[in-house]
Design a protein around this ligand. Sequence first.
Ligand code: ZN
Ligand code: ZN
Ligand code: FE
Length: 762
Amino acid sequence: MSGRDTIGLRITGIVQGVGFRPFVYRTAIEHGINGTVQNDTLGVLVHACGEKERLEAFVAAIRADAPPLSRIDSITIEKEPPADFTGFHIKKSARLDERSAIIPPDSALCAECLAELLDPADRRYGYPFITCTNCGPRFSIVRDIPYDRNNTSMEPFALCPACAREYGDPLDRRFHTQPNACPSCGPHLELRDAHGTVLSADAREIARMTAAFVREGRILAIKSVGGFLLACDARSDEAVLRLRLRKGRPFKPFALMAGGIERAESFLEIGEAERALLLSHERPILLLKEKAGLVSRHVAPGLSYIGLMLPYAPFQYMLFDADPDLLLIMTSGNVADEPIVYRDREAFEDLGKIADGFITYNREIEQFSDDSVLFVERGRPFVVRRSRGYVPVPLVLQAGGPEVFATGGDLKSSFAYARGASAIMSPFIGDLESPSANELYRTEMDRFRSIYRFEPRSVACDLHPGYFTTAIAEELVEKGLRRIAVQHHHAHIASVIEERNLAGRVIGIAFDGTGYGTDGRLWGAEFLVADRASFERRAHFSYFPLPGGESAIRDVWKIGIALLHARYSADYPLMRRDAAAAMVCEMIEKRLYCPETCSIGRLFDGVAAMLGIAESVSAEAEAAMLLEEAALRGAEGRIDDAWTIPVAGMGPELISTESLVERLVSLRLSGASVEDSAYAFHAAIARTAVGVAERIRETEKLNGIVLSGGAFQNRLLLRLIIDGLREKRFDIHLPGKIPFNDGCLALGQIAVARGILRHEQR
Ligand code: ZN
Ligand code: ZN
Ligand code: FE
């Protein structure tokens, strides 16, 4: 045994359910290594015995050639007492108490499985539950860890002899593929009409029938990976409008699905980075610029960016195989802004009034998730919604600390648990405005806690006294947890500090909808100097009244009048001065239910109204999106522009909202077009923001700057500010894996809570 060593390897990361053990097995055989490999609740554990050089080569190969869906976070190697292994074996999973093992995310169908799906000679020809170790459902079917078949919703399906052979053969692509199945042993598909009558149970026939129904203008509810999707013909005005009507969704854009990248490229501008993301195994929706009018203009009314994704589930491929010319709307199966429906029973109840037919299957979705949404700007990807394909991959926390539960916020809601050096974030839950969304949030929170056995002693939440997520934190306080309330925009900036592992203080620009401020007002255009534990507010836009409070989000004309009234009193130009407007003026003058805000989101809404772009809207940020569109049509430089918004005061500086309004009024009255004025508005904000940042840099000697807040989903504003900051040589830090919008709050709350806890210990 001379020259032979025995070592133990502990591998953490995404190493379960991704073919890691067979990969280790094959690698060991190739390198002449004896020993064992097994899954446990911490990841993968290897005992390896062999000559020193061979062991080194073995470990190097594990690092270099890991399977496509895996992600190694760490490999720790320990020397062990000499052991006598004969050959190399895959051992049964061990159950340990500590639960930091990772559940892999759902992944798009791989090329090999796709080829088999479409091959008439293959035994899985046309079988919509085909999967292998490199692809398929994971997180969506998991009930518990470790990730084994009997802990998933595949548990009721006993493997047939052929599938069992694949499952048991370390050299097979389906070795230990937990959802492995075939037509004779696995789940199956059904097509039902709106009354629940089964029309077909033959998958290939269902694909043909579905394609034909879509052509006839019908709406189908298709049970997908993380829930039901609603599909209809994206080229038919009639079908799209019917879907809008039935879904109660007049404006919000719908996402599309095309059969392949070439098809998508025929009407959308797709750059390199976008193409790579569209084809990635996460298969998100990408927001892409329309270059030809191939789809109904009602898909994304008035907007030049359209969301599109490529097929990721086998049945979706079968659908486009049946009719390659299809262009589908594929939107989350829900009513209005309710959470996505993912249980069959609820589907027939809730979607029965929307869908003309249902495509379902007899396997439960254990964990819902919406399709993820990203966009690319200045060559970089930005997340709008982090869900299917990305969740529950842990976010790496740069500094350790105690376990913390962060409740997030009430809009674009998502919570997170932190343990050690990682945070597990929930999928996108949506806006917590309905009882069903609240219920889903609670269920999900408990589900995560029990699966991962989280036992946090602190709960971080937003400062807003009226948030549902704040009430959740209060309930946990009654159970003995300590509550740490985090100011909304501090959390925004801290989320990027955490993700980018920034040390010390940074300048933070939070351009946002509304967030509760430490003065009880509604903040949302904030220049902070912040680190994890604390922040100072250094500048913001001056306050203006929000008539009717946050309900003015829908009646944006009221915000327009409020902005004009603040500068011109009741004698304002541009907008109507009728009885309804007079009532708004009276509310403002008497300060009746007019909370003050400086939110840039509301400023965008009000300016859209002032310029006559929007009056009343059906969704938050709708008016702001239309204002951005107008600005994109307007031209750079047509209005001379070095104009910046006057700033007054010191601690904090006040950026004059009134002067900005006055400037826009004078542009319009002197004959500038709505589009050019909209552009000038964006440019003035960007130029002013860069100027304010420069002054803070001057006094604080800080060059690092962080951008966060939903207003940066305005691509023109983002572009102008990034370009301006680059020109002035700031170190710009942007979110990468988390959104600009409130979906980032939970991570920021964790960063702040741990920052405060660490500070106290010192
Ligand atoms: Zn596969
Ligand atoms: Zn089978
Ligand atoms: Fe926010």
